[in-house]
Design a binder for this molecule. Sequence first.
Ligand code: C2E
Ligand code: CA
Ligand code: CA
Ligand code: CA
Length: 279
Amino acid sequence: KAKTKGKNNYIFFSQDIVDDYDRYEMKNDLYEAVNNDGFHLVYQPKCACHTNKITGFEALIRWEHPARGFVSPESFIPVAEETGLIHPIGDWVLDEACRQIREWRDMGMTDVTVAINVSAVQFAKESILDDICGAVRRHDIPFSALIIEITEGMAMQNPQWTIEVLKGLRKKGILVHLDDFGTGFSSFNYLSRFPVDAIKIDRSFVQNIGIDQRDTSIVNALLGIVSSLGLNVVAEGVETKEQADYLQENGCLELQGFYFSRPLSSNDAAHLYKQKIIP
Ligand code: C2E
Ligand code: CA
Ligand code: CA
Ligand code: CA
């Protein structure tokens, strides 16, 4: 009996070591990347429903590991959050997005907006408002050119703090979008108290439009609630014409997804923006 137990323990233990090692290695590699310009941003267009014009872009971080190749933000952002490396990474994203807005404005793209994703760990920082405003001022861009995306889940972690920060951002004229909407547990009560400008309906709902009757009705219900609160709706993860048509007919203002464009390099993004209309 004791032997079996020992064996099981050993297997369990060694598996743990493997996982810990991977995390440890990723942490070191992330640290390297932070110090050696290892990240870049790509830009996915958002398109106004009724005109098909690009209104702006969502900036998404990319990490090209020297040996492993592309590592998804879905796997490294959580490690960055646990290790605190999200602070320098988040600062870099903020600075780089503002620098890109400056560059695009200098090229004549004066209406362009760029949305960045802010992590819960970053958002909880006392200095978050100053950090964001500092980057905007450093690059001498209008506050209205930057959009902050926070997830519904993180807004609900500390609603009081969230409301305070959102009020501060809004006072400056920085727009805030509530990301991954529908996946968290916001009560309507809180939804109406978060001073956000738009909500982004999560991809998981959009994907099942026309396929899954239940998800289609959930999308309808969400669109109804959101519009009754006077908020704009952005749909993410739009992959088909059917989804795009449905969302447009049901009151979505902006659409984003592979149907229109994948995330692009800054050069390709500028090129597409100049054509104004998404094909
Ligand atoms: P998100 O904020 O929900 O971003 C949307 C994700 O959906 C992106 O994945 C995007 O490439 C993908 N996507 C867009 N359109 C479609 C579509 O039509 N179909 C499908 N299947 N996918 C689509 P990505 O770039 O891998 O980012 C994943 C997540 O990582 C993001 O989800 C966000 O939570 C996080 N993330 C990305 N960049 C940053 C960043 O700079 N900072 C922080 N804190 N998080 C980031
Ligand atoms: Ca987002
Ligand atoms: Ca999202
Ligand atoms: Ca998501």
